[in-house]
Ligand binder design. Structure first.
Ligand code: ADP
Ligand code: MG
Length: 344
């Protein structure tokens, strides 16, 4: 297994994380049907009860899927961070853009991977820590300024999670053609402990509405945007030379609207979520296809518009897909594994 982002030519890295089975699932009589086979392979077993059904359906009961990295319940937060995101830091400091996504159905561990807990912090905090140390160690004629913003995209509307009272914010292109969220709060360098508190507080501001399928289904995409601005000190002229941007995104649950028996407002949200996940999937597919000139339609959703300069080109993309190992999650797991499979 390579360190995430180690090889410069790999534009897209796809990882798969299987969370531990939960008490609730065990109480429901669920068994484990998703296993990590090796550092890259995951196998999913069809929990169909009657083996004759499988024979009749004329297919194998097991299907394996391949990724750049596979993680199961034994993987620590540090290991997941190390093999997915750590390797992006150097590029961001050098002025390149990168994006890390947590993808998967509600309840499968996206927020755990990205935000984590006080005791088991996730990718957000680990990345910022390493970014600060890397900048401290860089002793050249450069001055670095790191700033971060935390926002959500909900129903195709953008809200500042660090200051929700600002209302809905617009996307604008600045004079250099770089997409900006107009009026968003930008926090400059603070220490790791403060960052965790800030993000925990911000996360509580996310729009989370109970649905029939899940008590707290995340209906919004949470986006942590980190900008590293580099200025040259040569000749005492502070000139901005490079800007690197890193997006770390806790996507809305990928479960289907139909499965949550959504009506009315919830249905509309479902449609919006699927629209942005679909638009994102289309953009990522276009990146993986070697056939050049494939038109990437970033304008299809707010999320892809925001990421316009951070998908494709010189940018690096990491997708961490999440599944539950439980038999009751079979359909969702199969959908997620199929969406994220690297062997296509
Ligand atoms: P999501 O954000 O995808 O809806 P969460 O991150 O909230 O899912 O995870 C659901 C529950 O499972 C939470 O209680 C979380 O702490 C727990 N969990 C998820 N992944 C792990 C993991 N790798 N190890 C331990 N607990 C986990
Ligand atoms: Mg979540």
């Amino acid at each position: 297994m390579k360190e995430g982002g180690e090889s410069k030519d790999q534009q897209l890295t796809v990882a798969l994380r299987i969370r531990p089975i939960s008490e609730v699932e065990l109480d429901d009589g669920a068994v484990i049907i998703a296993h990590k086979l090796d550092e890259q392979m995951v196998v999913l077993m069809d929990p169909m009860e009657d083996p004759d059904d499988i024979l009749r359906a004329n297919r194998s009961r097991e299907k394996s899927f391949m990724f750049d990295a596979a993680f199961d319940y034994t993987a620590t937060q540090e290991v997941v961070y190390h093999f997915t995101t750590k390797g992006l830091i150097e590029g961001v400091i050098s002025g390149y853009n990168a994006t890390v996504f947590a993808y998967g159905p509600t309840g499968c561990g996206k927020t755990y991977t990205m935000l984590g807990t006080d005791y088991e912090p996730g990718i957000y905090v680990r990345t910022l820590n390493d970014l600060f140390s890397a900048i401290e160690e860089t002793s050249d004629d450069m001055e670095y300024k790191v700033s971060m913003s935390y926002l959500e995209i909900y129903n195709e509307m953008i809200r500042d999670l660090l200051n929700p009272s600002l209302g809905y914010l617009d996307l604008r292109e600045d004079s250099k053609g770089v997409i900006q969220v107009a009026g968003i709060t930008e926090v400059s360098t603070i220490n790791a402990k403060e960052i965790m508190q800030l993000l925990m507080k911000g996360n509580k501001q996310r729009t989370q509405e109970p649905t029939a399928a899940n008590k707290t289904s995340s209906r919004s995409h949470a986006v942590l945007q980190v900008t590293v601005r580099q200025k040259s000190r040569v000749k005492n002229i502070l000139e901005e030379v490079r800007v690197g941007r890193l997006f770390m995104i806790d996507l809305a649950g990928s479960e289907r609207a139909s499965q949550t028996q959504n009506r009315g407002q919830r249905m509309k949200e479902g449609a919006h979520i699927n629209r942005s996940l679909l638009a994102l999937g289309n953009c990522i597919n276009a990146l993986t296809e070697k056939a050049a000139n494939k038109y990437v339609n970033y304008r299809d959703s707010k999320l892809t518009r925001l990421l316009k300069d951070s998908l494709g080109g010189n940018s690096r993309t990491v997708m961490i897909a999440h599944i539950s190992p439980a038999s009751i999650a079979f359909e969702e797991s199969r959908n997620t594994l199929t969406y994220a499979d690297r062997a296509k």
